[in-house]
Design a binder for this molecule. Structure first.
Ligand code: HEM
Length: 165
């Protein structure tokens, strides 16, 4: 694996995903066949603390409706995005519900699309599978999260769009 040059601020494996770095604020919608739909505000943060490691730190928090900080907190999660020598991406996430995920997937450097599929979902009472897709379009970041539970096949649970702040 290529090593970061002394004094450089970014590991070379992180460079294709540098557009993620920073803090994003946006609005999301949640739905699923078994629940009442809801809307939320979300803040997403991607940082790259150590240029010698091909790792991006990830933290997400949400608030009910369009409230933002000060409104009722909802789901939160955090983890690490690890860029692998073969160009793939591995993401580990711990959710505030206690659920943990190991996601593996790809990033398309040209189209700025990241597609992740759970390899492991742990400590979950209902969730069997999770997929996450991130996309950068015209400077806006968006994602779609799908999940499968023990009673429902893989289908959308969350969709959100962000601007960098
Ligand atoms: C419901 C999982 C993210 C808010 C659910 C349910 C599951 C689930 C299993 C129950 C579905 C059922 O009973 O059939 C997940 C997973 C997530 C995630 C795996 C991330 C990958 C979020 C986020 C929010 C959220 C980010 C809020 C912004 C809700 C709400 C409900 C719900 C409000 C319905 C009420 C409830 O059952 O508590 N979620 N969720 N979820 N989720 Fe999520």
């Amino acid at each position: 694996m290529e090593q970061a040059q002394p004094g450089s601020l970014m590991h070379p494996a992180v460079a294709p995903l540098a557009y993620l770095l920073g803090t994003w604020r946006g609005q999301g919608e949640g739905y699923y066949p078994t629940i009442i739909s809801f809307s939320y505000t979300e803040e997403l943060q991607f940082t790259h603390p150590n240029p010698r490691k091909p790792v991006i730190s990830y933290a997400q928090k949400t608030w009910r409706s369009a409230g933002g900080p000060g409104a009722e907190p909802m789901h939160a999660e955090s983890g690490f995005w690890r860029l692998k020598p073969d160009g793939s991406v591995e993401v580990v996430i711990a959710q505030s519900t206690g659920l943990v995920e190991v996601q593996k997937g790809t990033h398309d450097h040209e189209d700025k699309v990241i597609r992740l599929q759970s390899e492991l979902v742990g400590n979950a009472s209902k969730v069997k599978e999770i997929s996450r897709e991130f996309r950068l379009v015209n400077g806006e970041l968006s994602y779609e999260v799908q999940m499968a539970t023990n009673s429902t096949s893989l289908q959308p649970h969350l969709k959100a769009v962000f601007k960098k702040i």
